[in-house]
Design a protein around this ligand. Structure first.
Ligand SMILES: NC(=O)c1ccc[n+]([C@@H]2O[C@H](COP(=O)([O-])OP(=O)(O)OC[C@H]3O[C@@H](n4cnc5c(N)ncnc54)[C@H](OP(=O)(O)O)[C@@H]3O)[C@@H](O)[C@H]2O)c1
Length: 308
């Protein structure tokens, strides 16, 4: 398992993260198996959000099932998110502080290693976010901060007021859902949809400002509409390429889908959503694969993207 040292943090982090968005229906034994598989594979980073499962339910399932020894707690990185509420988004100081307390209670922990603002609240008052972060940092409840799904401009606005580094931006990225990379590859091509910049340059901004990108839904075709792996009806050339490249590297197509993201020199992390220990192992194996440029671009074009 490859590890990274995200700039502006003191963390040593696996480049594969286990996301816990889908564990609300798992029993304690299944959660322990899932987390155990991740730890055995070298994953030390776990991603939560207050909203997963509704009202801290996934965090509560995790806290009920997993009891860390002090040494194990030191060895893992627990991240959660705040900001999505039922029918609206909320970056108010009051909500951030209350939700973090609820997350800690649900997880049965005394601190989060990382807190992310989940989706951009256009009613954000950045001074309030700054006050909330100062309070969380001073009390020791949160050690590092970041955002999710935010444009460079949105991050700049926060950075004018927030004193702690915004070390992470968690964004949607898979081989098939790749506007983050694909737009830049097709820059300035009139008439080509891929050329439309949908995020104001999140990738370049992250690299220029030492922000670590975390790729969510790494196996999904688009926005929660199923996985591309094995979908030969819609992604036949991609699955051919995945199968061949997987065989060449001695891993599964799932591992190659991970390797496609970790190959990028921006040192991105991959946030898995599987509930199956075996898929965790397959994914973790991908972290150790270094794709060649030819393999990387073959997967990119096989997914239907254009190299102009
Ligand atoms: N920041 C954000 O806005 C945001 C948004 C969404 C998600 N996230 C984070 O990202 C994590 C991953 O999101 P995701 O669950 O959508 O991503 P994903 O890992 O791409 O998808 C996992 C889902 O695909 C299923 N699946 C079926 N076949 C699979 C295969 N061959 N390989 C892998 N998975 C397969 C899994 O089922 P099985 O359980 O049966 O394997 C699971 O339901 C979440 O847990 C969460 O932590 C963040």
């Amino acid at each position: 398992m490859k590890t990274i040292t995200p700039p502006n943090t003191t963390l040593t982090a696996s480049d594969v993260i286990l996301g816990l968005m889908r564990i609300s229906q798992l029993d304690d034994a299944a959660i322990r198996d899932l987390v155990g598989a991740a730890r055995d594979a070298g994953i030390n980073y776990f991603d939560h959000a207050d909203v997963y499962g509704g009202d801290h339910a996934c965090e509560r399932r995790f806290g009920d099932a997993i009891t860390f020894t002090p040494a194990e707690r030191e060895a893992v990185i627990i991240q959660s998110k705040v900001g999505i509420r039922d029918g609206f988004w909320d970056f108010s100081k009051e909500h951030i502080l209350r939700s973090v307390d609820e997350s800690l209670a649900a997880l049965r922990l005394d601190h989060l290693d990382v807190l992310l603002l989940h989706r951009p609240d256009t009613l954000v008052e950045p001074e309030e976010v700054a006050t909330a972060f100062d309070s969380l940092h001073a009390s020791g409840k949160v050690r590092n901060f970041g955002v999710s799904n935010q444009t460079p401009g949105q991050m700049d606005l926060l950075r004018r007021f927030v004193t702690q580094p915004l070390a992470f931006n968690q964004v949607q990225l898979s081989i098939t859902h790749a506007p983050l990379l694909a737009a830049g590859i097709a820059a300035n091509m009139a008439g080509l949809d891929q050329s439309i910049d949908r995020d104001n340059g999140i990738l370049d901004y992250a690299r220029l400002h030492d922000i670590t990108l975390q790729a969510w839904s790494p196996f999904q075709k688009g926005f929660f509409d199923g996985v591309f792996i094995g979908d030969r009806e819609n992604y036949s050339p991609l699955n051919d390429a995945l199968d061949e490249i997987a065989a060449a590297h001695g891993v599964t197509p799932t591992g190659i889908a991970v390797a496609w993201i970790t190959r990028h020199p921006a040192n991105m992390q991959v946030v898995l959503g599987t509930t199956k220990p075996e898929r965790v192992r397959e994914s973790a194996a991908g972290s150790d694969v270094l794709l060649s440029r030819e393999e990387w671009y073959r997967l990119f074009t096989a997914a239907g993207h254009t190299l102009p």
